[in-house]
Design a protein around this ligand. Structure first.
Ligand SMILES: [Zn+2]
Length: 338
């Protein structure tokens, strides 16, 4: 039996993924510090509206509202005993929305980082990380997710633990890291490092790539970094809608729908097969991305100069490959939400 994501990669030239989860939910009234996953049971209509927003805008694939649905993250909200339930329900709501669509839509079960630092730098053991990811994966599987979707990962140890857990759950998966620190992940991984890590996995993903990070320009440089390694695996690019800025006490992303349409076309031309947005990306952005991908012909792979001319400058002079960069975290930091 072919997995729906594998089938879609065969049938589609490019797959349009979804946009932001957090930004959309904040607009629906979620308060900073609340666990979005609790809304799967408390506010199911809003979660379905989130999913429908992406589907109606033309997304072929959307992520479930389960990014922080592991025991470590849910413990902060005294909900660590509800991992299975919150993930199952998050996926069930997605299944319902996808199955009502007039075209095939893939439900991707979002799995974010544990929020812990793994051994040997931190205290989270490999065995416990695998157990937590496995528990979440089983809930998403039970709820009918087509594929598991690891995202916003910084540490290779954590990416590997999730891959192992997804094998235990016998689920196909895709996985992205967040390159937000001068071209590297917070734990120092470069685009080239990630290709090598993915190549060495016993349970490889169907697709891999980058999400979140800094702005649309940076993530395209990262995609070009993957391509430069000669990888054959489908690549994912889910970039933020511009750069976050504080405006009147709240975070605003400055990327317009027009900019994200340009980003989507350039991501495709750079070699990405699965293209979406991350923080700040709303249905209006997705609609213009859909139209641009459908209407504009494939072009040459963009150069770094063309990327910055179209989307703005990079956050750092280099993408971290071939130079010394930050190798270790300065301290424990919670990942921001997709
Ligand atoms: Zn993001």
């Amino acid at each position: 039996m072919t997995n729906p994501l594998a089938a879609m990669l065969d049938s589609h030239d490019v797959i349009l993924a979804d946009g932001a989860t957090g930004t959309n939910l904040f607009n629906m009234g979620l308060m900073a510090g609340d666990a979005p996953e609790l809304w799967n049971t408390d506010e199911p209509a809003k979660i379905k509206a989130l999913y429908s927003g992406a589907v109606d805008a033309g997304s072929d694939l959307f992520l479930t509202n389960t990014f922080g649905g592991n025991a470590s993250r849910l413990k902060l909200h005294s909900a660590q005993k509800r991992v299975r339930e919150l993930n199952r329900v998050g996926a069930e709501l997605g299944r319902d929305v996808a199955d009502r669509a007039s075209r095939k839509v893939v439900v991707a079960g979002s799995v974010g980082p544990t929020g812990e630092i793994m051994e040997p730098v931190g205290t989270l053991s490999h065995a416990l990380a695998v157990e937590m990811f496995h528990e979440q994966a089983e809930g998403l599987k039970e709820g009918g997710a087509d594929v598991l979707w690891l995202e916003t990962i910084s540490a290779p140890e954590e990416y590997r633990a999730a891959a192992e857990a997804f094998a235990l759950a016998d689920m196909p998966w895709a996985g992205t890291m967040s390159f937000d620190t001068a071209g590297r992940t917070m734990m120092g991984v470069t685009s080239a490092d990630m290709v090598k890590m993915v190549d060495d996995l016993a349970n490889p993903p169907l697709a891999f790539g980058a999400n979140c990070g800094v702005g649309a320009s940076d993530i395209l440089r990262t995609v070009l970094g993957f391509v430069a390694q000669g990888t054959e695996m489908p690549l994912i690019s889910k970039g933020n809608a511009g750069i976050p800025k504080y405006v009147d006490g709240h975070i605003h992303y400055d990327g317009t729908p027009e900019l994200m349409a340009e980003y989507a076309v350039m991501a495709r031309d750079a070699g990405a097969r699965i293209i979406g947005g991350c923080c700040g990306t709303m249905p209006d952005h997705l609609r213009m991305m859909r139209a641009a991908l459908d209407e504009r012909p494939r072009g040459e792979r963009p150069t770094l100069e063309q990327i910055t001319a179209a989307l703005g400058g990079f956050s750092s002079a280099s993408d971290g490959t071939g130079e010394d960069g930050p190798k270790a975290p300065e301290g424990r930091r919670r990942r921001r939400r997709a």
